[in-house]
Design a binder for this molecule. Structure first.
Ligand SMILES: NC(=O)C1=CN([C@@H]2O[C@H](COP(=O)(O)OP(=O)(O)OC[C@H]3O[C@@H](n4cnc5c(N)ncnc54)[C@H](OP(=O)(O)O)[C@@H]3O)[C@@H](O)[C@H]2O)C=CC1
Ligand SMILES: C[C@H]1O[C@H](OP(=O)(O)OP(=O)(O)OC[C@H]2O[C@@H](n3cnc4c(=O)[nH]c(N)nc43)[C@H](O)[C@@H]2O)[C@@H](O)[C@@H](O)C1=O
Length: 337
């Protein structure tokens, strides 16, 4: 995994809640988000980080998860392991997305409680909000309307995870927080064109087209849907910022019997897929034509997060979209070719 992107972030002194030697388990540490969390924790001076690869610990295996918690005794859990993919993967493998994500949540969250974990961050996604909810998407839009069909199984699993965190907080007094990131990208992303998200797919398509001297690149859908993109290292900084809020502010965030413990993480700006494609093409240096393929699904028409709650707490994204794409492209060339 490259460290190149982390160089753009200044070192930060460990914040108040987690001691530098706290035992912190990052589930999914080899993935896009988990690897960014690990980099951020290391940058901030945390020394007692616990990781297990998927091969070492299958989180859908309840007995294995129980054994792991008993042995490793983490004090804090960052749950970034999940079955994840872009619009085509979600649409093609609904059983996997529903079943595996439910299983991971149902194994990890209760085991964390049984083994005394007080703070846990559960990674959800902006796709939990209804397809046609008012934009920008506020946290209280949850369950206010029908979901986008292409990712309904995944969204329902993630909503169940939020509900489980909330239930544990109410019944057992835990402090489990669900964070809802917008679409993410960064070092270590998935560049498989069948399962990836749009941004890494475009990096690869434009790079290969440039190398092969192709005159055009096919972009799925109509190009009109709008998406918001957050660099993975920014997301990781936001997660640690939230986890380290002083007790009273953190508790206020967890909220009440009326409002689930969730908070949006994004940049607060979006662009059309066409504009994104033009930007990625420019960064990569592809000068040919874009051809849109409307036989491929557009998915939800717009997914812009309302990030006012996070901004009021004092956090804002730092990596501009063009800079982030440049860093991701550099990572692609260094580590995937
Ligand atoms: N990428 C995005 O655009 C967004 C992601 N998120 C959320 O962030 C979280 C992380 O996503 P991201 O990092 O992108 O996904 P990745 O696919 O990059 O990483 C997921 C990680 O989880 C591991 N994993 C999957 N299944 C299991 C399992 N059964 N047991 C153990 N480990 C497992 C994977 O290991 P392996 O690869 O070996 O299977 C991988 O390391 C997810 O909850 C996702 O919903 C939210 C919004 C947007
Ligand atoms: C993070 C989020 O990710 C998923 O939702 P999505 O935002 O729709 O995902 P996406 O990145 O795959 O596509 C965004 C848009 O881009 C268009 N598009 C163009 N060309 C390519 C292309 O080449 N590949 C892909 N994947 N999409 C393309 C594509 O047609 C769509 O209009 C969910 O699974 C959901 O569960 C989730 O959480």
């Amino acid at each position: 995994m490259t460290q190149s992107a982390s160089l753009s972030q200044p070192a930060v002194t460990p914040a108040p809640y987690l001691a530098p030697d706290a035992r912190i388990y990052v589930a999914g540490h080899r993935g896009l988000v988990g690897s960014a969390l690990l980099r951020a924790l290391q940058r901030q001076g945390y020394t007692n980080l616990i990781t297990r690869s998927h091969a070492e610990l299958d989180l859908t295996d309840a007995a294995a998860v129980e054994r792991f918690f008993a042995e490793a005794r983490p004090e804090c859990v960052l749950l970034a392991a999940a079955k994840v993919g872009g619009i085509h993967a979600n649409h093609s493998y609904p059983v996997d997305f529903l079943q595996q994500n439910l299983a991971i949540e149902l194994n990890v969250i209760p085991a964390a409680y049984r083994h005394g974990v007080q703070r846990l961050l559960f990674l959800g996604s902006s796709c939990i909000y209804p397809k046609l909810a008012p934009q920008p998407l506020k946290e209280d839009s949850l369950l206010s309307g029908p979901l986008e069909p292409t990712n309904r199984p995944y969204a329902l699993a993630k909503i169940a995870g939020i509900e489980l965190c909330w239930a544990y907080n109410r019944q057992y007094g835990t402090q489990y927080l669900a964070v809802m990131p917008t679409n993410l990208y960064g070092p270590g992303d998935n560049y498989d064109l069948n399962t990836s998200h749009v941004l890494p797919a475009l990096i690869r398509k434009f790079h290969e087209a440039k190398q092969q001297g192709a005159r055009e690149v096919v972009v799925w859908g109509t190009g009109t849907p709008r998406r918001e993109f957050l660099y993975s290292d920014d997301l990781a900084e936001a997660c640690l910022f939230l986890l380290n809020l002083p007790p009273a502010r953190y508790q206020a965030l967890l909220a009440t019997a009326e409002q689930p413990p969730l908070i949006n993480i994004g940049v607060g700006e979006d662009l059309s897929i066409r504009a994104l494609a033009e930007l990625v093409a420019d960064v990569v240096g592809f000068r040919g034509a874009l051809v849109f393929d409307p036989s491929k699904p557009d998915g939800t028409p717009r997914k812009l997060l309302d990030v006012s709650r996070l901004q009021q707490l004092g956090w804002r994204a730092r990596v501009a979209l063009r800079t982030g794409i440049e860093l991701a492209y550099q990572d692609y060339k260094e580590n995937y070719l």
